[in-house]
Design a protein around this ligand. Structure first.
Ligand SMILES: [Zn+2]
Length: 304
């Protein structure tokens, strides 16, 4: 039997991240594990009736919306190994305490695990699923340093994870002018896989309708993200206040709801003095939140 896949879209509060289950006749491998415990439980409730032997949970990068749910999934599938590429394991180790602190805020606290599950480092950049190869590539620029992407040649399907998005407000909080140049290059490089389907790291119900029809090609998330990154660069250069920045983004993408609260966060970080109190508060103090694996903040410096 040739492999199949199923994409899960997580909740609004869970940043609308995606997980992808690749499966054969008996076995299955899950790519990424959600941030919120409730999202992980919902996904488990869908996977259990599929009666598959989950062998691995693969973590694509250190952002918690891709691994905080591991403990729930592993509880349901105790034989599944949580794995990642060695560079990503290191990133998760270095950020685990800090990310737990950042996200233990009011509305997300009860949804956050008590401890981070540290993945096992893979000896090789690949996994095997019923004789088919799943190839793993790290060092991809996306919404953080060192994303990884997942390529299944037999399905010509690529999990772009947090390099590409669809119908979702892109997370620019940890990027700066230089890193966005590399991000554009990474988006163009995604095309070189020649994928039939590119699964974005975050999406909307609308994009899921396209992804659920596995008979059709779907790669438009690459163009969608490139367009958003280019547009943001213009806004970043022209906006003079946080209100103007948020207004310009919302005017351009009025129907995009996923991750909309982080537009306020971005505005607060770039324009800390002039943002109105009505903007959604940050989950901690600037300089102490959204740190990378080296304990540094990667975003553009404040504009005022
Ligand atoms: Zn993400």
């Amino acid at each position: 039997m040739s492999l199949k896949y199923k994409v899960f879209l997580h909740s609004y509060l869970g940043f609308r991240s995606t997980s992808t289950l690749f499966y054969g006749e008996r076995d299955a491998i899950l790519i990424d594990a959600t941030q919120l415990l409730s999202d992980a439980h919902r996904m488990v409730a869908e996977i259990i009736p599929m009666r598959k032997n989950l062998t691995h949970i693969y973590v694509s990068h250190f952002h918690p919306d891709h691994h905080f749910g591991c403990e729930v999934i592993q509880h349901a599938f105790p034989r599944a190994k949580v794995v990642a590429l060695p560079s990503v394991v290191k990133d998760v180790v270095f950020t685990s305490g800090h990310k737990l602190d950042t996200w233990s805020i009011d509305r997300m606290g009860p949804e956050t695990p008590k401890a981070t599950t540290i993945p096992i480092p893979l000896a090789q950049p690949s996994l095997e699923l019923e004789g088919d190869e799943i190839l793993l590539y790290d060092d991809w620029e996306g919404d953080c340093i060192n994303n990884s992407v997942v390529w299944v040649p037999s399905l010509r399907t690529l999990c772009a994870t947090d390099v590409a998005f669809d119908d979702w407000n892109v997370w620019f909080i940890e990027s700066n002018v230089e890193r966005r140049k590399k991000w554009r290059v990474a988006l163009e490089r995604l095309r070189q896989f020649g994928a039939r389907v590119v699964i974005p790291g975050h999406a909307s119900e609308q994009s899921m309708a396209l992804l659920r029809d596995t008979s059709r090609e779907y790669t438009s998330c690459i163009d969608w993200t490139l367009d958003y990154v280019d547009f943001y660069e213009e806004v970043y250069n022209t906006a003079r206040t946080g209100e103007e920045l948020a207004r310009l983004i919302r005017n351009r993408y009025p129907a995009v709801k996923g991750n909309d609260f982080t537009i306020d966060w971005l505005a607060r970080l770039l324009f800390p003095k002039s943002c109105p109190d009505s903007f959604v508060p940050l989950p901690g103090k600037p300089g102490e939140i959204f740190l990378n694996q080296f304990g540094k903040y990667d975003g553009d410096p404040p504009r005022e």
